[in-house]
Design a protein around this ligand. Structure first.
Ligand code: PLP
Length: 400
């Protein structure tokens, strides 16, 4: 019988996908399930981006490209970094791959030796730990609580660093908490990195464009020139331009790292899809004004969801600065008993019960490394969100 490689023997496919699959199955059976689990905008990819892809197909731009991005793609990425982040990169300092996820994967595969450690503040996106593990590294989770807005403190960073530490991996705004790091949050962390020159910094900026209340976005490489030679700035078109299915992520960093990442990519996907690159160039080069309208819709939904959750007894929710997730504490409901006499012993129990009793799918905080919480994705219509909140409130009111 089949025996998986040791490298993946203990890993499963994402629990979030499993929850979404269960919710979708119930929906197919006719249950009015509302799924607040997805990590993708409900908006459509804008027409000018689709048209650029259609034109590429018609003009025969359907062949292999340079392996880590066509010259035009790299030009668009460099322009984006210069225009939006004040970062100057040369052509051999940027790379494109099939999603920010592949960028992270390439970077870990290209840099980690067996046992090398990667510091990851938790709660965090579920994929970080397993990408590091597949690459032979050791993920070192550093718990961050609500008291610091789920942000890593310099003290906690300093305490987690060992001689084996290779990377610190940060994500702002964050999945699952929606927390963002401002300049004042980054500066002390950069100070710790200066005292520990063997530690490199990887930042996942994929939610850059989804920020509220005028929060001032910064990326660390732009704050500190000294950090440039050991910082990889990761981004992508999935979330900003509603292009999750197209698969295009990119990054800027030191040329030797970028070259090593190209070696990994050359033996996996060869290059990102040529048609997708045409679409991504249009996204990065094209009009950006529609983003503000989309962010305003997300902001209104954030308020609806955060206020709705806080109105439910036993649930409290911090107001996030960005992304499209609310991360709520359900500590006050743990230990409650349902009408059927079942005790809810954990966030996993609560989420499983909410799917059955309220027809709403949300993701337990344990999936992201912080039990006692759950994540609501509000990249869904106002009507569905309002309905989902009412269902959760009604169900929770029956708990004893
Ligand atoms: N990084 C974070 C924090 C995410 O939440 C996601 C998607 O959910 C990704 C990266 C992956 O993005 P991409 O679609 O570019 O692979």
């Amino acid at each position: 019988s089949f025996r998986p490689a040791d490298r993946i023997a203990d890993l499963g496919v994402s629990e979030i996908l499993a929850i979404t699959a269960r919710a979708s199955a119930l929906k197919r059976e006719g249950r009015p399930v509302i799924i607040l689990g997805a990590g993708e905008p409900d908006f459509d990819t804008p027409d000018h981006i689709k048209e650029a892809a259609v034109a590429a197909i018609r003009e025969g731009r359907t062949k292999y490209t340079v392996l880590d991005g066509s010259p035009e793609m790299k030009r668009a990425i460099r322009d984006k970094f210069r225009r939006e982040n004040g970062l100057e990169f040369k052509a051999d300092e940027v790379t494109a791959a099939a999603g920010a996820k592949q960028i992270l994967y390439n970077a870990m595969m290209a840099s980690l030796n067996e046992g090398d450690e990667v510091i990851i503040p938790t709660p965090c996106w579920t994929s970080y730990f397993d990408i590091v593990r597949i690459a032979g590294g050791v993920p070192v989770g550093v718990p961050c609580d609500e008291g610091t807005g789920f942000r890593l403190t310099p003290e906690a960073l300093e305490a987690a660093i060992t001689p084996r530490t290779r990377w610190l991996l940060l994500n702002s705004p964050s999945n699952p908490t929606g927390s963002a790091y401002g300049e004042n949050d980054y500066r002390p962390l950069i100070g710790v990195l200066h005292r520990n020159p063997h530690v490199w910094l990887m930042v996942d900026d994929i939610y850059e464009h989804i920020l509220y209340d005028g929060f001032r976005y910064v990326t660390p490489a732009a704050l500190d020139a000294g950090l440039r030679e050991r910082c990889l700035t990761v981004n992508g078109v999935s979330k900003a331009y509603a292009m999750t299915g197209w698969r295009l992520g990119y990054a800027g960093g030191p040329a030797p790292l970028i070259a090593a990442m190209a070696v990994v990519q050359s033996q996996s996907t060869s290059c990102p899809s040529s048609v997708t690159q045409a679409a991504a160039i249009a996204a990065l080069d094209g009009p950006q004004d529609f983003l503000a309208g989309r962010t305003a819709s997300f902001a209104a939904r954030r308020d609806l969801v955060v206020d709705g959750l806080n109105a439910i007894q036993g649930i409290t929710c911090r107001k996030p600065e960005g992304a499209f997730y609310a991360f709520a504490s359900c500590e006050g409901l743990i230990g409650c008993v349902t009408l059927q006499g079942m005790r809810l012993d954990s966030d996993r129990d609560l989420c499983a019960w909410l799917l059955e009793a309220a027809d709403v799918a949300v993701v337990p905080g344990a999936c992201f490394g912080l039990p006692g919480y759950f994540r609501v994705s509000y990249a869904t219509s106002d009507d569905e969100l309002g309905e989902a909140l009412a269902c959760i409130a009604r169900a929770c009111a029956t708990l004893m």
